[in-house]
Design a protein around this ligand. Sequence first.
Ligand code: NAD
Ligand code: DAU
Length: 364
Amino acid sequence: MSDAQRPHFPRLLVTGGAGFIGSCFVRDVLARKDGTEIIVLDKMTYAGNRENLDPVESDPELAARFRFVQGDIADAAVVAPLVAEVDAVVNFAAESHVDRSILDPEAFLRTDVMGVHILLEACRLEKERALKGERPAAPRFLQVSTDEVYGSVETGESRETDGLEPRSPYSAAKAGGELLVRSYFVTYGMDVVVTRGSNTYGPYHHPEKLIPLFITNAIDDQQLPLYGDGLQRRDWLYVADHAGAIGHVLEHGVSGETYNVAGDNERTNREVVTALLADLGKPWSLVRQVQDRPGHDRRYAMDSSKLRALGWTNKMPFEQGLATTVDWYRDHADWWRAIKSGDWKDYYNRQYATRLATSSEAGK
Ligand code: NAD
Ligand code: DAU
């Protein structure tokens, strides 16, 4: 392997690596076979799923460069020794669902703010060790953040220099986390980078989110609860493109900088639902117009020319990515049926029972 191909950070701590985007990152980085070793630290909340890492754990060559630790990023005793072993920390761990943040905000503050603080403190300790010559360099810290920190963007596209105007407990907690990251760059001179990704979709996406919820409900001919008028706009990013962008920023991002990761696939929710129903061959009559999400952000859109200037390009066209995703859910019913059992039913009733009981036809 040439020096140009050798990764700058050959030993990674990937937190939240059993979730949707984190597990894609782990699978894809290990599959590069460039010698990178990964420790995954994951609390295994309802969103963590060890099966997402099966392709790694069932391949002896990949498994030899992989270790799984179950634990909380907000637990310093667990975090510190793991950070001491690695060259970089990539933090995917978060409570990630806006609707759950409306039902129960506290868990979001604990993980998305305090968890980030604990990880940063562990990195700061390692920087002190590096200064004393006890390790070659301080670890790099990459915070995976979200376009939601910009708040609802009625027109135009958010740039990295725009102000943060989060509007849900989830996005407020994510904004708090990334502001802390920035403060460690300014105050302690730590090596940090931040990515702000747009709405991500693809295989292994937890069925609480719009696209997998609607695909799996439609497969079972269940109702599809569309919030409000369904004309909210999101910019859709395929999961492997998002994971690739994070890897690119880890390797090439300038310390202290933030990078938007846009999908450049802006669609209304109605357009998304129309497309996935067409892929499934299911009727629009499954769609029900239900009570809107409180404080629902109308639109997200970002300019990612800064990341493109760093050499990253987005590969997957939305229609192709959606068709691939629909096929994956058709072929992996065991994966999502296991998730849509047990505690899921309580969540679903809490979130949707009244909404569906008071719903109306969505009108195409
Ligand atoms: P996810 O909910 O699928 O996965 C989150 C993972 O973090 C799970 O495996 C969970 O067990 C783990 N986790 C939660 N709390 C933890 C804790 N305290 N300690 C250790 N592990 C913990 O989330 P996702 O959709 O894969 O999102 C990953 C990251 O990307 C999040 O930080 C999210 O804010 C961000 N993001 C997501 C999207 C998206 O559209 N999904 C877009 C932009 C940014
Ligand atoms: O934009 C990035 C964000 O995208 C990430 O930071 C979050 O972690 C991720 O969950 C996602 O947030 P959204 O709130 O945009 O995604 P969600 O899939 O929950 O909703 C997408 C849109 O679909 C939104 O306008 C709300 C709507 N929706 C969602 C659900 C779950 C419905 O109409 N009905 C539903 O049942």
